[in-house]
Design a binder for this molecule. Structure first.
Ligand code: RIB
Ligand code: CA
Length: 302
């Protein structure tokens, strides 16, 4: 039985890895891809999502979402993902005939309310679209099975010493999502610290299949967090957690979002000692299983 999911994304090289798995894995039923401003602007994230849709000749709909955070001015991560957001691989020009005209938030609402089973939301970019969905259509709450998001950190940040990029971009949106009383699993920066994707493994991707080769080229242009001998493909960890939660360590916690700190705005303040909790926080992955999990998951792609 495959799990129905919606991916909300700001592709993004690690987003591309997550989307490549989700579009092809038999245990996942990707209902739609919604785009958000994040790593690069909304036009580029949407273009990138369309290029991935065409790369896989997928009929999964792509809907464009928020162009800016709720309140903050947009920031980007072009220094990490390149000017296009998916540096390193030359995709054919995005075909905008493939873009569904329905706005992402309205499309998510319609799909959630019309689904015969609750759907798992998998945001792997800033949480702007998800916050707008929950505020605009609160009736969707009971139609969301859980939210498994890439964002935050129980330790240090990556944009500032305190804040991780997805939360930093739109902390007000994150505050709305973490206080929506929906089951949340936070796959933060912590998971990569103990198990980055090694450069040797990246080189092995070159010859696995067409998808792995595409990712090989992009990973070699990814200037994200690097821990020792490898890179942190954060969004891919999120999908792998969805597929194999047994290989990850998770703790219940109270997660609050810092909204006003001069040096700490966007921090996920993770309290493992609170008597009331609002999230499961993924802290690590079994290092001995990570590479096999990723390669197996990618083996379903072309
Ligand atoms: O901090 C890492 C996150 O920010 C990832 O989702 C990456 O794609 C960027 O969006
Ligand atoms: Ca992302």
């Amino acid at each position: 039985m495959s799990t129905p999911i919606i991916i909300d994304t700001d592709p993004g090289i690690d987003d591309a890895a997550a989307i490549s798995i989700a579009l092809n894995h038999p245990d996942l039923d990707l209902k739609m891809i919604t785009t958000v401003n994040g790593n690069v602007n909304i036009h580029k994230t949407t273009s990138n999502a369309l290029q991935l849709k065409a790369f896989f000749n997928s009929d999964v709909p792509v809907h464009q979402g928020a162009a800016t955070p709720l309140i903050n001015q947009p920031v980007d991560a072009e220094h990490v993902h390149g000017e296009t957001g998916m540096a390193g691989y030359e995709f054919p020009e995005a075909n905008y005939d493939l873009l569904d005209s329905e706005n992402a938030v309205k499309a998510m609402k319609d799909t959630l309310l019309n689904s015969d089973e609750p759907i798992t939301l998998v945001p792997i970019g800033p949480l702007t679209n998800i916050a707008l969905l929950l505020k605009t259509y609160p009736e969707v709450t009971d139609h969301i099975k859980e939210i498994i998001l890439m964002g935050g950190s129980a330790g240090r940040g990556n944009v500032t010493p305190a804040a991780e990029f997805n939360i930093y971009c739109d902390p007000e949106a994150a505050d709305i999502v973490f206080n929506a009383h929906i089951p949340i699993t936070m796959v933060g920066l912590d998971v990569a610290r103990g198990a980055s994707l090694s450069y040797d493994a990246i080189n092995e991707l070159q010859s696995q299949n067409k998808t792995s080769n595409m990712l090989y080229h992009m990973f070699n242009h990814y200037h994200g967090d690097q821990f020792g001998k490898g890179i942190a493909v954060y969004d891919a960890y999120t999908i792998l957690y969805l597929l194999h939660p047994e290989n990850f360590t998770v703790e219940d916690a109270a997660v609050n979002i810092e909204l006003t700190g001069t040096y700490t705005k966007g921090e996920t303040v993770v309290d493992f000692n609170s008597k009331t909790t609002n999230a499961k926080v993924v802290l690590s992955v079994d290092k001995s299983k990570f590479k096999t999990m990723l390669f197996d998951a990618l083996s379903y792609a072309k």
